[in-house]
Design a protein around this ligand. Structure first.
Ligand code: ADP
Ligand code: MG
Length: 236
Protein backbone atom coordinates (compact mmCIF):
# COMPACT_ATOMS: atom_id res chain seq x y z
CA UNK A 1 0.00 0.00 0.00
CA UNK A 2 1.13 3.52 -0.70
CA UNK A 3 1.26 5.59 2.43
CA UNK A 4 0.82 9.14 1.26
CA UNK A 5 1.58 10.50 4.73
CA UNK A 6 5.08 9.15 5.02
CA UNK A 7 8.14 10.63 3.35
CA UNK A 8 8.91 8.90 0.07
CA UNK A 9 11.99 6.68 -0.01
CA UNK A 10 12.74 8.18 -3.41
CA UNK A 11 11.57 11.63 -4.50
CA UNK A 12 12.64 12.76 -7.97
CA UNK A 13 11.77 16.13 -9.47
CA UNK A 14 12.68 17.56 -12.86
CA UNK A 15 15.67 15.26 -13.22
CA UNK A 16 17.74 15.57 -16.43
CA UNK A 17 20.89 13.62 -17.23
CA UNK A 18 23.53 14.08 -19.91
CA UNK A 19 26.41 11.91 -21.12
CA UNK A 20 29.52 13.28 -22.83
CA UNK A 21 30.48 16.88 -23.44
CA UNK A 22 30.75 19.35 -26.32
CA UNK A 23 29.44 17.95 -29.59
CA UNK A 24 29.22 14.49 -28.05
CA UNK A 25 26.88 15.68 -25.33
CA UNK A 26 23.71 13.67 -25.37
CA UNK A 27 20.68 13.88 -23.10
CA UNK A 28 19.71 10.50 -21.66
CA UNK A 29 16.98 11.56 -19.20
CA UNK A 30 14.38 14.30 -19.65
CA UNK A 31 12.46 15.90 -16.79
CA UNK A 32 11.87 12.75 -14.74
CA UNK A 33 9.40 13.02 -11.87
CA UNK A 34 8.85 9.98 -9.66
CA UNK A 35 8.09 9.18 -6.03
CA UNK A 36 8.51 5.75 -4.51
CA UNK A 37 7.11 4.97 -1.06
CA UNK A 38 8.31 2.62 1.65
CA UNK A 39 7.44 -1.01 1.00
CA UNK A 40 6.36 -0.48 -2.61
CA UNK A 41 7.43 -2.81 -5.39
CA UNK A 42 7.82 -0.72 -8.53
CA UNK A 43 8.63 -2.32 -11.86
CA UNK A 44 10.21 -0.23 -14.61
CA UNK A 45 9.94 -1.33 -18.23
CA UNK A 46 10.82 0.22 -21.56
CA UNK A 47 12.92 -0.48 -24.64
CA UNK A 48 16.66 -0.90 -24.60
CA UNK A 49 18.42 2.48 -24.49
CA UNK A 50 15.45 4.28 -22.92
CA UNK A 51 17.41 5.32 -19.82
CA UNK A 52 16.38 2.71 -17.24
CA UNK A 53 19.88 1.79 -16.07
CA UNK A 54 20.92 5.44 -16.03
CA UNK A 55 18.00 6.26 -13.74
CA UNK A 56 18.66 3.25 -11.49
CA UNK A 57 22.34 4.12 -11.03
CA UNK A 58 21.48 7.74 -10.23
CA UNK A 59 18.97 6.60 -7.58
CA UNK A 60 21.52 4.24 -6.03
CA UNK A 61 24.20 6.91 -5.75
CA UNK A 62 26.39 5.10 -8.31
CA UNK A 63 26.49 8.18 -10.56
CA UNK A 64 26.34 11.90 -9.78
CA UNK A 65 23.07 13.76 -10.20
CA UNK A 66 23.64 16.73 -12.54
CA UNK A 67 20.37 18.59 -12.74
CA UNK A 68 17.03 18.63 -10.95
CA UNK A 69 16.36 17.01 -7.60
CA UNK A 70 16.72 13.42 -6.44
CA UNK A 71 16.15 12.74 -2.76
CA UNK A 72 16.95 9.38 -1.18
CA UNK A 73 15.27 9.22 2.25
CA UNK A 74 15.20 13.00 2.30
CA UNK A 75 18.89 13.36 1.40
CA UNK A 76 19.38 15.48 -1.74
CA UNK A 77 21.80 13.73 -4.12
CA UNK A 78 22.15 16.63 -6.55
CA UNK A 79 25.38 18.25 -5.38
CA UNK A 80 25.98 15.55 -2.73
CA UNK A 81 29.56 15.01 -1.56
CA UNK A 82 31.31 11.68 -2.29
CA UNK A 83 30.94 10.88 1.41
CA UNK A 84 27.18 11.40 1.28
CA UNK A 85 26.97 9.20 -1.82
CA UNK A 86 28.82 6.40 -0.03
CA UNK A 87 26.25 6.62 2.76
CA UNK A 88 23.43 6.31 0.26
CA UNK A 89 25.08 3.30 -1.41
CA UNK A 90 25.20 1.54 1.94
CA UNK A 91 21.46 1.91 2.35
CA UNK A 92 20.71 0.30 -1.00
CA UNK A 93 21.16 -3.26 -2.23
CA UNK A 94 21.89 -3.99 -5.89
CA UNK A 95 21.17 -6.94 -8.12
CA UNK A 96 22.34 -6.82 -11.72
CA UNK A 97 21.62 -8.88 -14.82
CA UNK A 98 24.89 -10.70 -14.47
CA UNK A 99 25.18 -11.87 -10.90
CA UNK A 100 28.60 -10.18 -10.45
CA UNK A 101 29.79 -12.73 -7.91
CA UNK A 102 33.49 -13.16 -7.22
CA UNK A 103 34.50 -16.42 -8.89
CA UNK A 104 37.31 -17.07 -6.43
CA UNK A 105 35.05 -16.81 -3.37
CA UNK A 106 32.49 -19.28 -2.02
CA UNK A 107 28.79 -18.41 -1.83
CA UNK A 108 29.19 -17.70 1.88
CA UNK A 109 32.19 -15.43 1.34
CA UNK A 110 30.47 -13.57 -1.52
CA UNK A 111 27.55 -12.77 0.78
CA UNK A 112 29.90 -11.81 3.62
CA UNK A 113 31.47 -9.27 1.27
CA UNK A 114 28.11 -7.49 1.34
CA UNK A 115 28.64 -6.96 5.07
CA UNK A 116 32.29 -6.05 5.13
CA UNK A 117 31.52 -2.42 4.29
CA UNK A 118 29.84 -2.32 7.71
CA UNK A 119 32.78 -2.62 10.02
CA UNK A 120 30.65 -2.93 13.17
CA UNK A 121 30.32 -6.71 12.76
CA UNK A 122 32.82 -9.33 13.91
CA UNK A 123 33.87 -12.07 11.49
CA UNK A 124 31.77 -14.55 13.47
CA UNK A 125 28.68 -12.33 13.27
CA UNK A 126 29.17 -11.81 9.54
CA UNK A 127 29.44 -15.54 9.01
CA UNK A 128 26.25 -16.14 10.96
CA UNK A 129 24.30 -13.45 9.12
CA UNK A 130 25.53 -14.64 5.71
CA UNK A 131 24.69 -18.27 6.57
CA UNK A 132 21.22 -17.29 7.74
CA UNK A 133 20.30 -15.36 4.60
CA UNK A 134 21.71 -18.09 2.34
CA UNK A 135 19.47 -20.55 4.17
CA UNK A 136 16.54 -18.21 3.55
CA UNK A 137 17.19 -18.21 -0.19
CA UNK A 138 17.33 -22.00 -0.11
CA UNK A 139 21.09 -22.40 -0.41
CA UNK A 140 21.90 -23.65 3.07
CA UNK A 141 23.47 -26.72 1.48
CA UNK A 142 25.60 -24.69 -0.96
CA UNK A 143 27.45 -22.40 1.45
CA UNK A 144 30.91 -23.50 0.40
CA UNK A 145 30.23 -23.84 -3.32
CA UNK A 146 32.04 -21.57 -5.77
CA UNK A 147 29.95 -19.72 -8.41
CA UNK A 148 31.18 -22.05 -11.18
CA UNK A 149 29.49 -24.93 -9.39
CA UNK A 150 26.11 -23.21 -9.08
CA UNK A 151 23.33 -22.91 -11.66
CA UNK A 152 22.28 -19.52 -13.05
CA UNK A 153 19.28 -19.36 -10.73
CA UNK A 154 21.41 -20.34 -7.71
CA UNK A 155 23.99 -17.65 -8.54
CA UNK A 156 21.27 -15.05 -8.78
CA UNK A 157 19.95 -16.23 -5.39
CA UNK A 158 23.43 -15.71 -3.93
CA UNK A 159 23.33 -12.20 -5.43
CA UNK A 160 19.95 -11.62 -3.75
CA UNK A 161 21.34 -12.82 -0.43
CA UNK A 162 24.33 -10.48 -0.83
CA UNK A 163 22.06 -7.54 -1.65
CA UNK A 164 19.71 -8.16 1.28
CA UNK A 165 22.11 -9.29 4.02
CA UNK A 166 22.52 -5.65 5.12
CA UNK A 167 18.76 -5.12 5.36
CA UNK A 168 18.83 -2.21 2.91
CA UNK A 169 16.00 0.34 2.73
CA UNK A 170 15.90 0.00 -1.02
CA UNK A 171 16.61 -2.88 -3.38
CA UNK A 172 17.57 -1.90 -6.94
CA UNK A 173 17.45 -4.73 -9.46
CA UNK A 174 18.46 -4.24 -13.10
CA UNK A 175 17.05 -7.02 -15.30
CA UNK A 176 17.79 -9.65 -12.65
CA UNK A 177 16.05 -12.44 -14.56
CA UNK A 178 17.41 -11.66 -18.03
CA UNK A 179 19.94 -14.50 -17.99
CA UNK A 180 17.57 -17.07 -16.49
CA UNK A 181 15.02 -19.50 -17.88
CA UNK A 182 11.41 -18.60 -17.11
CA UNK A 183 11.01 -20.92 -14.10
CA UNK A 184 14.25 -19.77 -12.43
CA UNK A 185 13.37 -16.17 -13.25
CA UNK A 186 10.00 -16.50 -11.64
CA UNK A 187 11.49 -18.15 -8.54
CA UNK A 188 14.10 -15.43 -8.18
CA UNK A 189 11.50 -12.66 -8.35
CA UNK A 190 9.14 -14.38 -5.93
CA UNK A 191 12.04 -14.76 -3.53
CA UNK A 192 13.01 -11.10 -3.83
CA UNK A 193 9.41 -10.14 -3.17
CA UNK A 194 9.13 -12.38 -0.10
CA UNK A 195 12.40 -11.30 1.49
CA UNK A 196 11.81 -7.64 0.79
CA UNK A 197 8.32 -7.80 2.30
CA UNK A 198 9.72 -9.52 5.40
CA UNK A 199 12.39 -6.84 5.76
CA UNK A 200 10.10 -3.92 4.87
CA UNK A 201 12.39 -3.12 1.96
CA UNK A 202 11.28 -1.07 -1.07
CA UNK A 203 12.01 -2.55 -4.51
CA UNK A 204 12.68 -0.90 -7.85
CA UNK A 205 13.04 -3.57 -10.51
CA UNK A 206 13.86 -3.05 -14.19
CA UNK A 207 12.66 -5.83 -16.45
CA UNK A 208 11.66 -6.78 -19.99
CA UNK A 209 10.05 -9.90 -18.64
CA UNK A 210 6.26 -9.55 -18.93
CA UNK A 211 5.75 -12.73 -16.94
CA UNK A 212 6.82 -11.10 -13.68
CA UNK A 213 4.85 -7.85 -13.90
CA UNK A 214 2.24 -9.19 -11.48
CA UNK A 215 4.58 -8.77 -8.47
CA UNK A 216 4.42 -4.98 -8.92
CA UNK A 217 2.36 -2.55 -6.88
CA UNK A 218 3.04 -0.04 -9.66
CA UNK A 219 4.64 -0.07 -13.08
CA UNK A 220 6.45 2.80 -14.74
CA UNK A 221 7.31 2.91 -18.43
CA UNK A 222 10.34 4.68 -19.91
CA UNK A 223 10.83 5.63 -23.54
CA UNK A 224 13.54 7.82 -25.09
CA UNK A 225 14.60 9.10 -21.67
CA UNK A 226 11.07 10.14 -20.74
CA UNK A 227 8.94 8.57 -18.04
CA UNK A 228 5.83 8.00 -20.11
CA UNK A 229 3.51 6.30 -17.68
CA UNK A 230 3.24 5.66 -13.99
CA UNK A 231 0.41 3.34 -13.08
CA UNK A 232 -0.87 1.59 -10.02
CA UNK A 233 -1.32 -2.10 -10.59
CA UNK A 234 -5.02 -2.91 -10.80
CA UNK A 235 -5.86 -6.52 -10.07
CA UNK A 236 -3.64 -7.90 -7.29
P1 ADP B 1 18.51 1.14 -20.77
O1 ADP B 1 19.03 0.67 -19.45
O2 ADP B 1 17.08 1.54 -20.75
O3 ADP B 1 18.80 0.18 -21.87
P2 ADP B 1 20.62 3.14 -20.55
O4 ADP B 1 20.29 3.93 -19.33
O5 ADP B 1 21.68 2.13 -20.44
O6 ADP B 1 19.28 2.51 -21.15
O7 ADP B 1 21.03 4.14 -21.70
C1 ADP B 1 20.26 5.31 -22.02
C2 ADP B 1 20.99 6.11 -23.09
O8 ADP B 1 22.20 6.65 -22.56
C3 ADP B 1 21.41 5.30 -24.31
O9 ADP B 1 21.28 6.10 -25.44
C4 ADP B 1 22.84 4.96 -24.03
O10 ADP B 1 23.54 4.79 -25.22
C5 ADP B 1 23.31 6.20 -23.28
N1 ADP B 1 24.39 5.86 -22.31
C6 ADP B 1 24.28 5.02 -21.26
N2 ADP B 1 25.43 4.96 -20.56
C7 ADP B 1 26.29 5.79 -21.20
C8 ADP B 1 27.65 6.16 -20.97
N3 ADP B 1 28.33 5.68 -19.93
N4 ADP B 1 28.22 7.04 -21.84
C9 ADP B 1 27.51 7.54 -22.88
N5 ADP B 1 26.24 7.23 -23.14
C10 ADP B 1 25.63 6.37 -22.33
MG1 MG C 1 19.86 -1.18 -18.92
Amino acid sequence: MINTFSQPVIDIKNLDHFFGSGEQRKQALFDINLEIYAGEIVIMTGPSGSGKTTLLTLIGGLRSVQSGSLKFLGQELCGATPRQLVKVRRQAGYIFQAHNLHGSLTALHNVRMGLEIHSQYSVKEMKEMATHILQEVGLGNRLNHYPDNLSGGQKQRVAIARALVNHPQLLLADEPTAALDSKSGRDVVTLMQKLAKEQGCTILLVTHDNRILDVADRTVYMEDGILKSNQLATAK
